[in-house]
Design a protein around this ligand. Sequence first.
Ligand code: TMP
Length: 208
Amino acid sequence: MRGRFITLEGGEGAGKSTQVRRLALTLAARGREVVTTREPGGSDGAEAIRDLLVSGATDRWDCVTEALLHSAARRDHLARTVWPALDRGAWVVCDRFADSTIAYQGYGHGLPVADLETLTRLTVGDFTPDLTLILDLPAEDGLTRAGGRGGGEDRYERMGLDFHRRLRQGFLDIAQRHPQRCAVIDATQSVDAVAQAIDAAVIGRLAP
Ligand code: TMP
C-alpha cells in the first residue's frame, strides 16, 4: 500500500524542522515507517543544488533561474527519495515542497503564480501532498527567531521584511485555495502546543 506524503510549510523561523521531528515520533509510535526529508535537498543531487540556493549574495540568481534550480532539486528529490519511500509504504514528512516555490518565487520575487504552477506540473506531474501543514506567524517574529540559527544558510533571511510579509500572505492564500489539502497552524504558540495542533490535524485527516 502506498504511504502518505505530508509537507510542512511556512516562512523563516516558524519551527518547521523541530515539528518535522516531533511528527515523525508520533507517526512512528503508531507503527508507521517514517522518512523525514527536506527541500531544497533530501537527495545527493538536491543537497548539492541546495548549497547553490541558500548561501551567497541575495542577487546571486535571477528569479527565473532560482525557480528552475528549486524545481531541478525537487525532481531529483522525488525520484531518488520520496517516490521510492512512498512505494514501499513509508510515510514521508517533508520540510517544504512546491508551495514554497509559489510563496517565495511567486509572492516573494513576483513571478506569475500561473507560470510557477505550470513549472510545478512539469516537475512533479499530478503528484500532490496528502496533507500540508502551514506554520503561520508574523514575518518579524520568524526572522527574529531564525536570526539566532547561524550556519551560513541565510540567503533568504537577508531578503528583507517586505519580501517575508508577502510570502506569509502567499502561504495563507494557498491554504485558502486548497482547504482540503492544507491546515494552517498558529506557530506563535509553544513548541508543544504546535506539535499537538499538528498531531490533531494529521490524525483527524489521515488517521495514521
Ligand atoms: P529552509 O531554510 O527551510 O531549509 O529552506 C531553505 C530556503 O529555501 C528557505 O529560505 C526557503 C527557500 N525555498 C524557496 O525559495 N523555494 C522553494 O521552492 C523551496 C523548497 C525553498
